[in-house]
Design a binder for this molecule. Sequence first.
Ligand SMILES: [Zn+2]
Length: 349
Amino acid sequence: MSAVDTPEKSTHLALVTTRHGGLEVMQVQQRPTVPPGAGEVQVRIRAAAFNHLDLWVRRGEPAGHWPTPIVPCADGAGHVVAVGQGVELPIGTEVAIYPVISCHVCERCLAEQPQLCDRFGLLGEHVDGCAQEVVNVSVRDVVELPSGLDLVVAAAMPTTFITAWQMLHSRAQVQAGQRVVVHGPGSGVGSAAIQLARVLGAEVIATIRKDADEALARDLGASEVFRNDDPQWPRLVRKMGGADLVFEHVGAATWQASIKALKRGGKIVTCGATTGFEVSLNLRKLFFHSISLLGSTMGTRSDLKTVIEYAARGLCKPHIGARFPLTKGAQAMGVLERREVQGKVLIEM
Ligand SMILES: [Zn+2]
C-alpha cells in the first residue's frame, strides 16, 4: 500500500496535561492530525484507559521526570484509518495499542524484551498517549483484535494484563497446581493476576483490605480469601502448604507477610510498591529457604496478544469502573485520583 490512505480530518481532539499541577491543568485541545509516517498506522481511538502513572505525570512526581504538555493514557484501542509507507494492515482493522516505547533495533528489542531496552518508555509518559481521537504508532506496536472483542474492553487491558502475565508466566513461570497469593483483587493488576493465574491452572489465595472485596476476589477465581491486616494470614497459608508464589505490587505494607507466606523454594514477583519502596530482608531466610525475588515491569507485545486472545475466549476480563466522554477527561481523572470507583477509568471517543 502506498503512502497514506483515507487521512483523518486535519485536526482532532486531545486531552492534554498542559503542565504539572492539579486537575485544573487538564484541557481538551484541538491538535493537528499528522499523516502516519513510514511504518506507522493511524488509529482512530475508540477508548483509552487511565493508569495511576497518569496522576504522577500530571503532579510532576518525582520532580523533573516528566515532560509536559503531554497527552495521557498508555492504554487504548481503536481502528486503523490510515497507514504509512510499507504498512499492509487493512484500513478498518481493529487494534489494541501496545503501550511500551522502545528502539526496535537493539539486541533486547530484537529478542522481544523491549521492556529491557535502554530507550524504554511508555505512551503518555514521554510520548503522547491514547487520550486523543487519533494517534500514530508503529505498526509493530499494535495488536490486531480477534473478532467479537469489544474495543472498550480491549482498551482497558494492556498495561495491567501484560504486567500480570509477564510476572506470572515469564518471570515466575507458574505451573498448574501451584499455590499463588495475590494481593488486592480490586486493583487493576491484582484483578488481572487472579484471573491469569487461574488460566495457568494455579490455586489462588487473595488478600483483601476490606470485607467487601471478598466476593470480588472469589468471583475472579480465588478459592481462599484473607484480610491482609490479619497478622495470621501468612501462617494460615503455610498451614495449607505455603505459597509457591506471592504476587506483589503493594510493597512495604505487605512485604514481610508475603515472605512469611512462602514455602521453601517459593518466589516473590513484584511490579510495584504503592505503600513504599523500602523493605527489610532477612538474608538467612532468603538463602536457607531458597527463596527467589523477581522484579518485573510491563510485558511484551506477544504478552498483549496472548491476554487479548484469552479475553476473546472469555477466560479473563478487565474490571471497568467508569466511562467518560473525552470532553470530561479531567473529571474522569478526578474519579481515579479520589478512588471513587474500583476498576479502570476510561474515556470514550
Ligand atoms: Zn531497544
